[in-house]
Design a protein around this ligand. Structure first.
Ligand SMILES: NC(=O)c1ccc[n+]([C@@H]2O[C@H](COP(=O)([O-])OP(=O)(O)OC[C@H]3O[C@@H](n4cnc5c(N)ncnc54)[C@H](O)[C@@H]3O)[C@@H](O)[C@H]2O)c1
Length: 428
């Protein structure tokens, strides 16, 4: 059992803290957001993440998990401190390290002798040194331990990781961080800090590449009469490729891929390498937002001006409440710019939710979002959309056009009810 402090209790920090407590460690989590800390102290988990509330309740009940808004207090008795603060995209595309630096500076004086500080935030190559400089303590080791969890299955990913990567030039500190995960029996990769930092960016960039690639193939399918669902099955059975991340959609987004791909392009540029491949992957994704928008425009008869479009799904993927850099919002913005009236429903987005522009009308039900609409666009793959009765939608919306950006609807059933369905990657 180790004494662990977590700085930043967002998707990564709270998952790390709750899971580490579940594994038997003594954990204290700190956040500058006092409202969030109060909620967590009362057992209220402010984000949607499967089983996270269960683990937080468990940790609070057995006393292994506590919360504070005082970061210095949190680290004062810690053997290992995890930095889990944001690293948003800076103005020049690079990762903004100001949160990491601020957090490191705040805790520096309060760190116990020979404490280990772990960078779990996604940070560019060289950030271990940046944290070392912010801490200015020769007795403190800084270790890179990038996080690979997926929102929506973060707890499961933490407790059953594909691998745990630890980067440090000091083998004792690296082994100490790796040992925190012993109970989950990970494939442990111990390497130098630069390699650990680059592994995270390379993994996200490769996943984004797969998605941009499959979306491009889907567009070709639409033109040549092929069916993307069959194509990806045929491609994915190749063991050199694998079936993961081959589902077409309205583009990729979320809190990581957009900023991490841009940050890696910037890292490459700074290193003197023109990463044209990655820039094309990013560009193809922007084209995909435009492509889905153009399909909605076509379904509307060629112009979106004054047309009511219903959108099902606003989060960047299903099973999360995260709206950051959501493809659905990207498409919604494009529709609004062309004069459409956008009515949206998402099961995790209540009316008046922050993060959704006021220009998007939020409905309190999927069928209600289609009221008066000419076109329905499905942009997030929530399971519950699959089971909606098209006859109810037909009664609510005057139009008969559906753009299924995620290929989740039963096309034949919707067609039987008089709808024209434009799928993704199929010539309908
Ligand atoms: N969300 C993901 O799926 C995911 C996956 C892997 C890696 N990451 C990386 O992990 C990092 C955190 O991401 P996230 O999604 O958890 O972010 P988040 O925005 O959900 O949470 C960050 C938290 O840090 C807090 N914070 C900011 N400054 C602080 C400070 N000085 N002291 C204490 N708390 C502070 C914020 O109040 C917030 O609660 C980022 O670098 C991200 O790229 C995210």
């Amino acid at each position: 059992m180790s004494r662990i402090a977590i700085i930043g209790t967002g998707y990564v920090g709270l998952t790390t803290g709750a899971c580490m407590a579940h594994l038997g460690h003594q954990v204290i989590c700190a956040d500058v957001d006092t409202k969030k800390v109060e909620q967590l102290q009362g057992g209220v988990v402010p984000i949607l993440e499967y089983r996270l509330d269960e683990l937080v309740a468990e940790g609070l009940a057995n006393g292994r998990l506590t919360f504070t808004s005082d970061s210095s207090l949190a680290v004062s008795d810690a053997e290992v401190v995890f930095l889990c603060v944001p690293t948003p995209q800076g103005d020049d595309g690079s990762a903004d390290l100001s949160y990491v630096q601020a957090a490191a500076t705040t805790i520096a004086a309060a760190l116990p002798h020979e404490c280990i500080v772990v960078n779990k935030s996604t940070v560019p190559v060289g950030s271990t040194k940046v944290v070392e400089r912010a801490i200015r303590r020769s007795d403190v080791r800084v270790v890179s331990n990038p996080e690979f969890l997926r929102e929506g299955s973060a707890v499961d990913d933490f407790l059953h990781p594909d691998r745990v990567v630890v980067g440090c030039d000091d083998p004792v500190a690296a082994r100490a961080v790796g040992a925190l995960y012993d109970a989950v029996r990970p494939q442990l990769i111990i390497t130098d800090p630069a390699s650990a930092e680059l592994i995270k960016y390379a993994a996200n960039a490769l996943l984004a590449t797969k998605l941009s690639f499959v979306n491009a193939i889907a567009t070709i399918c639409e033109q040549v009469g092929a069916d993307i669902d069959d194509v990806v099955v045929g491609v994915g059975y190749d063991t050199r490729i694998g079936p993961g991340f081959l589902r077409p959609g309205p583009g990729w987004g979320g809190s990581c891929f957009p900023k991490d791909t841009r940050a890696l392009a910037r890292i490459a540029e700074d290193a003197g390498y023109d990463f044209g491949l990655l820039r094309s992957v990013i560009e193809a994704n922007l084209q995909q937002f435009d492509h889905i928008t153009s399909k909605i425009r076509t379904a509307a008869g060629g112009s979106l001006s004054g047309v009511t479009v219903a959108i099902w799904g606003l989060t960047f993927k299903a099973r999360t409440d995260d709206l950051r850099d959501s493809p659905a919002l990207e498409v919604a913005h494009r529709l609004l710019r062309e004069g459409a009236i956008v009515q949206a429903f998402d099961p995790t987005v209540p009316e008046h939710r922050t993060g959704v522009p006021e220009t998007i009308r939020l409905a309190d039900g999927a069928v209600r979002a289609t009221s008066g609409a000419t076109v329905l666009a499905v942009l997030t793959e929530w399971d519950e959309f699959k089971w909606i009765d098209p006859t109810e939608v037909a009664a609510a919306m005057p139009g008969r056009h559906v753009v299924d950006g995620r290929n989740i609807l039963d096309r034949a059933q919707w067609q039987r009810n008089g709808f024209h369905v434009a799928s993704t990657g199929r010539s309908s």
